[in-house]
Ligand binder design. Structure first.
Ligand SMILES: Cc1cc2nc3c(=O)[nH]c(=O)nc-3n(C[C@H](O)[C@H](O)[C@H](O)COP(=O)(O)O)c2cc1C
Length: 330
């Protein structure tokens, strides 16, 4: 590992390290006005939300790295105290990048970026039409730390009005695939937060998961389960008892699966297709046929592979019962 104190490194190096390790960061596209009414539009990835009652967000137009000067957004907001903050989607990322050019204060970045200004309802700065999520804000507090290049100026803002495009909702939730946001990583890297990048983790808050420490020792020692798998197993409230496991196993034994094939080769084919029901059936048949060498150890591994496959497909009950059954083959 590398170990260092920020004071021992040049500021650009500290900045670079922070950008790499604190990521992905959401991007605020901030629209503001100068005292003379000149529009400004700038992306900031030192940005997040901090509460919803009232809705509070904050972003930081830091001092410029090269000469420690203050950015136009800072100079505008310190005086006018109003802005519109919008989320950035994949289809506008090149335009917001263009808006990040260090144009002089008299240049209108709506024009430079080609993004479309539309009237706000409460504040004077315009909204960006292309963004499906826009927040009209007033500045509540400004916190500054340091005087040199890269030093933070945190604008803490209260959201006075949200504007959200209707078709990004699915079942009452803004769906990541529909809003298709981008975030900032290190250097020139961005991250598109949709498609393959999205996955779900069931919230543990509603129930009291047994926790990693209460998992059976044979599961923790498994070479098949990953740390993520064990974390997910630990999110169950009550373990199935022996009778439930036996009943479940017998039910699978009795099912006549369509186009089902016997043997190890078929097992691995089912595994490639995450077909955990057929996998279990196949292991139970191997157990019955007992035609494997080193049977016990192999059965345990195959059952764990099956439990893992069910777990990753979110069939937690199937996964747990299979995992506990695997404990019989120690
Ligand atoms: C995606 C992205 C995120 C950025 N985030 C920040 C940031 O959080 N803070 C900052 O000071 N500059 C950030 N920048 C750089 C500013 O956008 C850039 O300095 C801009 O020219 C400042 O504009 P202004 O002087 O009109 O306010 C970012 C640039 C990009 C492209």
């Amino acid at each position: 590992m590398l170990h260092f104190k920020p004071k021992d490194l040049p500021q650009p190096q500290v900045h670079k390290i922070m950008l790499g390790g604190i990521a992905p960061r959401p991007i605020a596209l901030v629209s503001s006005l100068s005292e003379d009414g000149i529009p400004n539009l700038t992306p900031f990835s030192f940005f997040n939300a901090f509460g919803s009652n009232p809705p509070i967000i904050a972003f930081s137009p830091a001092r410029r790295g090269k000469d420690a000067s203050l950015k136009d957004t800072y100079n505008n907001l310190i005086k006018t105290k109003e802005c519109v903050v919008q989320s950035v989607t994949y289809n506008m990322v090149e335009q917001i990048s263009l808006a990040s050019t260090e144009y002089p204060p008299e240049v209108n970045e709506f024009e430079k970026s080609g993004l479309t200004p539309i009237d706000s309802d409460i504040v004077k700065p315009k909204r960006v039409k292309e963004s499906p999520f826009q927040m009209e804000c007033k500045v509540r507090d400004i916190l500054s730390y340091g005087e040199g290049g890269g030093s933070a100026n945190i604008f803490i803002c209260e959201v006075l009005k949200f504007h959200v495009v209707e078709d990004i909702f699915k079942n009452g939730v803004i769906h990541p695939d529909l809003i298709d946001l981008v975030s900032r990583m290190s250097a020139n890297f961005y991250c598109r937060a949709s498609g393959q990048a999205i996955f779900e983790v069931e919230k543990p808050v509603l129930k009291k998961g047994i926790g990693y420490d209460k998992l059976p020792g044979f599961m923790k020692k498994s070479h098949i389960y990953s740390a993520n798998n064990l974390g997910k197993f630990g999110n169950i409230e009550n373990l199935p008892d022996e009778n439930e496991v036996d009943k479940f196993i017998n039910e699978i034994r009795d099912i006549k699966f369509e186009n089902y094939e016997l043997g190890e080769e078929a097992f691995f084919r089912y595994e490639r297709h995450n077909n955990f029901r057929y996998m279990l059936k196949s292991v139970l048949d191997m157990e019955k046929g007992n035609h494997l060498t080193n049977v016990q150890a192999k059965l345990k591994i195959y059952l764990e592979m099956t439990a893992k496959s069910a777990l990753e497909a979110n069939d937690i009950d199937f996964a747990w019962k299979t995992a506990l059954y695997a404990g019989k083959f120690l």
